[in-house]
Write a protein of this length. Sequence first.
Length: 120
Amino acid sequence: MLLRELERLRPLMPISNDQFHNLVIAMTEAVNNALVHGNQLDTGKEVFYQLSATADAVLCVVEDEGEGFVLEDLANPISPENLMMESGRGMFIIGALMRGLKATKTEKGMRVEFVCGGGE
């Protein structure tokens, strides 16, 4: 469903094809993280996402209803002691592919924001 929506919106996005493919990966990671880690697969909780296009970039927001986390406290998945961990790579991947990654605790859960394009 997410991929279908992104493909539908693709003509409105002022980004290259490579950037679009990176956006698909980043949005998939962000939504999956929100569902699994944020909402703990609780079907009573929701995940919201929003995309906004500017003249040269796409601003992305994903929100969940989970407990939240501190971005700076996440383990570095490329550190030798973390290489075999089964989770912990999603935010790293988003940060590597996108600009301006931010994670903010809200009244209802967690908000993750990032930008695709516009200076990459």
